[in-house]
Design a protein around this ligand. Structure first.
Ligand code: HEM
Length: 216
């Protein structure tokens, strides 16, 4: 999930960025290592393996949200409040996006493990509709991640690339909104926090988009 290699950093609506290099890959590797250790600890210390897997599913959903928001807001934040921190954040968008894809890949892997270990429990937690809509979002995440490299982005072409990343990003945003939003009603009012963060992130992008349009 990167900015197109030819895209303008300030107005590019998608995940990614040109800069980063080795530090960026350390970010992705560090995220992977931390997540694997945390999941192993959750599964290893749970009274029942299925409890550990479920805790891992919830953990990765939450880490995915954080990483997604960093990628989603990097460019708007740098536009609205230019500075060292926000410029660095934007320069590493691609790596925040790839870290999100990785975290969400682990969400899927844990769900597969749960489905295999306890299919009856798995089907009480989800349904065919979620499987299909979530599966489609996973296809988009995979395509965005695969086209986050200069060669694959160039092969796709700027227009198609921009379309894919804009649609993909907002499909992920909607999935988070639905997944957390329904839990505000069904599970705990505290889920209003991630819902609020998602709405704030969207507002940031809208305002930053207007600022960029006015500067043109
Ligand atoms: C085939 C696709 C997917 C399936 C089958 C699935 C299934 C699940 C299940 C069963 C849980 C609840 C685990 C539990 O309570 O023990 C869960 C949690 C969650 N999932 Fe997924 N999911 C899928 C894709 C996605 C996608 C694409 C997103 C967002 C981009 C997402 C976001 C979430 C969130 C936000 C939670 C709640 C975490 C929490 O409680 O804090 N899921 N998912």
């Amino acid at each position: 999930m990167s900015a197109s290699p030819n895209a303008r950093a300030s107005s590019d609506p998608v995940i990614g960025g040109r800069a980063g290099g080795r530090a960026g890959w350390c970010l992705v590797g560090g995220t992977a290592a931390l997540l694997v250790v945390a999941i192993a600890a959750l599964v290893g210390t749970a009274a029942e393996t299925t409890d550990g897997l479920r805790a891992g599913v919830r953990l990765t959903a939450r880490t995915s949200l954080l990483l997604f928001l960093l990628a989603y807001c990097a460019s708007p934040l740098a536009t609205l409040w230019p500075g060292r921190f926000t410029t660095g954040l934007r320069a590493n968008r691609r790596f925040w996006g790839l870290s999100f894809a990785l975290s969400h890949g682990l969400h899927a892997a844990l769900l597969l493990a749960l489905a295999q270990r306890d299919p009856a429990l798995f089907w009480t937690l989800t349904n065919v509709g979620t499987l299909l809509s979530g599966g489609l979002v996973y296809v988009l995440i995979l395509l965005m991640a695969a086209t986050s490299f200069p060669t694959t982005a160039a092969a796709l072409g700027g227009r198609a690339w921009g379309w894919l990343h804009r649609v993909g990003l907002h499909a992920v945003w909607i999935s988070f909104l639905v997944a957390f939003g329904k839990r505000v009603v069904l599970v705990d009012a505290a889920y209003a926090l991630p819902v609020g963060l998602l709405l704030l992130a969207l507002a940031l992008r809208v305002v930053a988009g207007r600022v960029v349009a006015e500067r043109r």
